[in-house]
Design a protein around this ligand. Structure first.
Ligand SMILES: [Zn+2]
Length: 255
């Protein structure tokens, strides 16, 4: 295990505990992975002492081939998630993707069941969630477990190169250039779903903000993208720091 793989395993474990703490994953379901190279990924697995994602330790993060075989990081006491093809097929098909999050968050789930579209219904409240809606959030129509490579490829095709998708009667999948980015996208996606659900429950109409305001955010994103190229992804780093500090405080209180 290289030092950087050990560090990645820690980040993946932190992401799993954070998603559990925020309620995006429950019990023992959901997983986070990161690309190692063009053949291997690090992915959260289940061990003999499995107790759910909220208790994920870095030891549960194993190095496996995209196809699932050849576990190299730990020992056979860990087994890969049954939905491993979500991750493996994504890395095989999309070279720009370095991290994948698969979770079963409630509001996103209910939106798929209620047939509620995820639209750019708000602006400044959460510009990152709004950006996901502008890019478009495809719906994967099947509710079954993605347990084989053919289904994995169907999911990848349904995502159509987008950063996030919702899976009817199942959950969500988000991707990113880093574990941090994929994780924060999952959080923002669930925020969008939860506001969408509240609007529908309040009897409101789900419609995008005005074209003029959408144009304003398109311009803002272009400027920010340029700024990110110059100064690094500040907002992403701040948001990740915010959530991991919250998690650390929560975990310190639990001890
Ligand atoms: Zn699932």
């Amino acid at each position: 295990v290289s030092a950087s793989e050990g560090e990645q395993a820690e980040t993946i474990a932190t992401a799993c505990r954070l998603l559990a703490y925020l309620g995006l994953v429950r019990e023992t379901t959901g997983h986070v992975s990161a690309r190692v190279d063009n053949e291997y990924m690090l992915i959260r697995c289940r061990g003999s002492q499995e107790a759910g994602l909220v208790f994920t330790a870095a030891e549960a993060v194993q190095k496996v081939r995209f196809e699932g075989a050849g576990m190299t990081r730990g020992t056979s006491q860990y087994e890969t998630p049954s939905e491993l093809p979500i991750h493996g097929e994504m890395y095989l098909a999309r070279p720009e993707v370095n991290a994948v999050v698969h979770a079963h968050p409630r509001a996103s789930l209910v939106c798929t069941l209620a047939g509620l579209p995820l639209l750019p219904i708000f602006g400044s409240f959460d510009v990152h969630a709004m950006a996901l809606a502008e890019i478009g959030i495809p719906v994967f129509p099947r509710s079954i477990l993605i347990r084989d490579r053919a289904l994995g490829r169907q999911l990848v095709a349904a995502m159509d190169g987008k950063p996030a998708c919702i899976m009817r009667g199942h959950g969500i999948t988000t991707v990113g250039a880093t574990v941090q980015e994929a994780t924060i996208r999952a959080i923002h996606l669930e925020t969008l779903a939860s506001v969408t659900l509240d609007v529908a429950r309040a009897g409101g109409k789900l419609e995008p903000i005005s074209e003029e305001d959408r144009e304003y955010f398109r311009k803002l994103r272009e400027t920010q993208d340029k700024k990110h190229q110059a100064h690094g992804q500040d907002i992403l780093q701040w948001t990740w720091r915010h959530y991991t500090k919250l998690l650390a405080v929560h975990e310190a209180g639990r001890r």
